[in-house]
Design a protein around this ligand. Structure first.
Ligand code: GLY
Ligand code: MN
Ligand code: MN
Length: 435
């Protein structure tokens, strides 16, 4: 894996060189205090980790195109702190282990950065991302300017390095896809376990615990985002995360959850009956959402625009809503007026990678960008029906979403999360045989 990180650094250097070169800074994420001296579990910055694999806080990657070098600044070894908080690589071992040209103590960062910055054509950093970081960078630039009599100029150009890294991260390499496949497998197993454990009278958090159990036991550091475990009408709250209500016989349960494996997210939604059998109204709506999801997946092709599968999903959902008499009129009319948004108010998916809503532009010069092999998207249409006088009561509180993760391939797409059933027959068979 060290090789994959070195290859990414070399690729970033090439991009920077092609754009005039200079020095790039990529700091990792700060530790966050939860309260007093207790911290949240540490997670490195996604882009920093993408380029280094280095897991510790208080670290900065500095890339220089001329002379070409990759330098890490990190914490020093400290026996006292290691007894309390755990192992630290220290600069010497870090340089060796992570194949960097050099590594220095983080305490030397400001001084060394000023030394290296003189006469560089540009400084590439995450401009405006973090005000403390911006202030630190400004201080270094001013230190070079203040010393201009030494013959060193401060770079006249400040550029956003994130945009370049984001575009690289949008196309996943073979090592990343391997990890994303594993994240998908584990997360699918979590959903299967949750379906098996589901029964009327249990609480939403008991099902959440089944997901977490499966994610952790296969090595996921954490869920990739807060799990949504929404019984009955709670599924009509798109960002429901309280997960504290009892599951009722006759209701559906919507689970939107995925594990984070080696820094990579999975993002799966399944909706299934709490008692293991769909009612006829539930089945009718479910088949509409499933047809929309399958149609949208079939539209994933290299060269298709990012928006194409959203359009396919919307048309199929709207046709289904008309068939169920949730809407009246025509498909084009409902799309034109937006009347369907009452039941389907989000888009059909997003980029997926290290971050659940991953980086990368969706449009280039105002046009939806074409899909390319190596991009990973979610496909997640839904239908959410709140109680209303003009809606048949049998549909009230049905909230359904079906979500899979797909990598674009030369011939179409590969489903990373196919390990959990999503047909009515598949779900009912799995639940039939549960303990
Ligand atoms: N779980 C977040 C999403 O589906 O976008
Ligand atoms: Mn999701
Ligand atoms: Mn999603």
């Amino acid at each position: 894996m060290t090789t994959a990180f070195a290859i990414r650094r070399a690729a970033l250097m090439e991009h920077l060189r092609a754009a005039g070169g200079g020095i790039a800074l990529i700091p990792t994420a700060p530790e966050r205090v939860r309260n007093h001296d207790a911290h949240y579990p540490y997670r490195p910055d996604s882009s920093f980790h993408y380029l280094t694999g280095f897991p510790e806080p208080e670290a900065v990657l500095l890339l220089c195109t001329e002379p070409a070098q990759a330098i890490l600044f990190c914490r020093e070894k400290n026996l006292e702190r290691e007894i309390w908080d755990g192992f630290r690589f220290g600069p010497e071992a870090a340089a060796e282990r992570f194949a960097l040209d050099a590594a220095y103590p983080i305490a030397e960062f400001d001084t060394k950065f000023v030394e290296l910055l003189g006469n560089q054509p540009a400084l590439w950093t995450a401009v405006g991302h973090d005000s403390e970081w911006d202030a630190r960078v400004t201080k270094a630039l001013n230190a070079v300017r203040a010393n201009s009599r030494s013959g060193k100029r401060a770079p006249g150009v400040l550029r956003d390095v994130r945009a370049t890294i984001d575009e690289m991260r949008l196309i996943k390499d073979a090592d990343e896809l391997k990890l994303m496949r594993r994240a998908g497998e584990i997360s699918a197993a979590g959903h299967v376990r949750a379906m098996r454990a589901c029964a009327p009278g249990k609480f939403e958090y008991e099902i959440e615990a089944e997901l977490l159990h499966e994610f952790r036991r296969h090595g996921c550091a954490a869920p990739a985002y807060t799990s949504i475990v929404a019984g009955g009408g709670n599924a009509c709250v798109l960002h429901y995360i309280s997960n504290d209500q009892m599951l009722r016989d006759g209701d559906l349960l919507l689970l939107d959850a995925g594990g984070e494996f080696e820094g990579y997210a999975s993002d799966i939604t399944r909706t299934f009956p709490v008692n293991g059998r769909f009612s006829s109204a539930q089945r009718d709506v479910y088949q509409v959402v499933l047809a929309a999801q399958e149609g949208a997946i079939a539209a994933l092709q290299p060269g298709a625009s990012f928006n194409d599968y959203h359009d396919v999903a919307t048309r199929l959902l709207v046709q289904g809503m008309l068939d169920l008499q949730l809407l009246s009129g025509t498909v084009d009319g409902a799309i034109e007026s937006g009347s369907f948004k009452r039941f389907y108010m989000h888009r059909a998916g997003h980029w997926l990678g290290r971050d659940v809503h991953d980086c990368g532009e969706y449009k280039i010069s105002d046009a939806w960008r074409p899909l390319k092999p190596g991009m990973v998207v979610t496909v997640e249409p839904g239908c959410y029906i709140r109680p209303a006088d003009d809606v048949p009561e049998a549909f009230w509180n049905i909230g359904i979403r079906i979500e899979d993760d797909l990598v674009i391939t030369e011939g179409g797409s590969e489903n990373l999360t196919a390990g959990v059933p999503k047909t009515v027959a598949g779900i009912e068979a799995l639940m039939e045989n549960r303990a």
